[in-house]
Write a protein that binds this ligand. Structure first.
Ligand code: SAM
Length: 329
């Protein structure tokens, strides 16, 4: 390879990494409420002294923000945050999506950076569910925009009298069903105490949100339900245990029962870049497991008394699918 080609390659990598700078900048701004501090225009000196922050390091962050277009320069050394940053990367904003930055920068990127050590040692990290449960439950709600409508369509078609949502997070799906079909009996099962508390505060009291492990719940569940939701859940279960989980689902369902699964699918038609990266993250942990593929879903469903009624992409670039299973009659 010629010297020029080496330099071009180095430049290409530098250029591709420029995008990372935007995410890093937004993450720091979100984490520290800096876009709020600069919302109305302020100098670095003013913000550093009012908030007792390092003036030098704040100045550097501001310099990057001016370059990536998150901040603009005003008269008299004042700097102002762009409206979209206050809107989407401020904790105080109702439209904020900053929590996604926390998940990427505090959970995903640090894991991926540990990969050389993990590959060499064949060791795994432990996913700290207590630390990240609220972040992960919150970021999962971003999918609802795409998923609620097909879920409601499925509910309309299947007309279940009762639904159990396993790993319900903040109960966004149950809430949507409750708004449209208030007569449906709804139960949410969620492991994290913090998430359960917040879910209870967010949703109607008619939704029965229970704290506990799915396995314990299924063990003691004596009734039958018409529909089960397992949304963004399968990667908490070992691939070889999913068929057992599906069998337990089948046991908890009435004759014509159904399951809706939302999950990124690896080796599917869509979203290869995202799902392989997601899989890399999962496999780096000893308590998270690889994503299913369309084939493994079909196989596990077939071996547990279900057939796949539908498998449709929800978000193509993310490889997220909605899979519907129907119990065999
Ligand atoms: C990624 S979140 C998805 C939340 C929600 N289903 C959604 O799609 O928006 C997965 C949730 O499952 C919960 N969870 C994981 N394993 C569980 C288990 N064994 N029993 C109950 N909940 C569990 C986690 O605490 C987390 O809140």
């Amino acid at each position: 390879m010629s010297e020029l080609q080496r330099v071009i390659q180095a430049r290409n990598w530098m250029k591709t990494n420029e995008n990372f700078l935007e995410t890093w900048h937004a993450h720091v701004g979100y984490d520290m409420d800096l876009f709020d501090s600069f919302e109305k225009g302020a100098s670095v000196k003013e913000v550093s002294s009012s908030r007792n922050l390092s003036e030098e390091l704040l100045e550097r962050w501001v310099d990057v923000g001016l370059q990536v277009g998150h901040l603009t320069k005003k008269k008299k050394e004042k700097v102002k945050a762009k409206k979209k940053m206050v809107r989407y990367a401020s904790k105080a904003s109702r439209e904020s999506v900053g929590i996604l930055l926390s998940e990427m920068m505090e959970l995903h990127i640090p894991t991926l950076l540990k990969y050389p050590d993990l590959i060499r040692s064949d060791e795994r990290l432990t996913y700290l569910s207590d630390k990240f449960a609220e972040i992960v439950a919150e970021t999962s709600t971003f999918l609802e925009k795409a998923a609620v409508s097909p879920i409601l369509k499925w509910v309309k078609q299947e007309n279940p009298a009762s639904i159990i949502d396993f790993g319900c997070g903040y109960c966004g799906y149950l809430s949507a069903v409750h708004n449209k079909y208030p007569e449906t009996e709804l139960i949410g099962v969620e492991l994290s105490r913090e998430v359960v508390e917040k879910a209870k505060a967010r949703v109607s009291q008619d939704i029965d949100v229970r704290q506990g492990d799915i396995e314990d719940f299924l063990e003691s569940f004596e009734g039958k339900t018409d529909m089960i939701m397992a949304h963004n859940l399968l990667y908490y279960f070992k691939p070889e245990e999913r068929v057992t989980l599906f069998r337990k689902f089948a046991g908890a369902l009435t004759k014509k029962g159904s399951v809706t699964i939302i999950c990124p699918l690896v080796y599917a038609k869509h979203g290869g870049a995202f799902t392989t990266a997601f899989n890399t993250f999962m496999s780096a942990h000893d308590n998270l497991y690889p994503l299913p593929s369309p084939e493994t879903i079909k196989k596990d469903a077939g071996n547990s008394g279900f057939h796949v009624a539908g498998m449709k992409p929800l978000i193509r670039e993310g490889g997220w699918y909605l899979i519907t299973l129907k119990k065999n009659s």
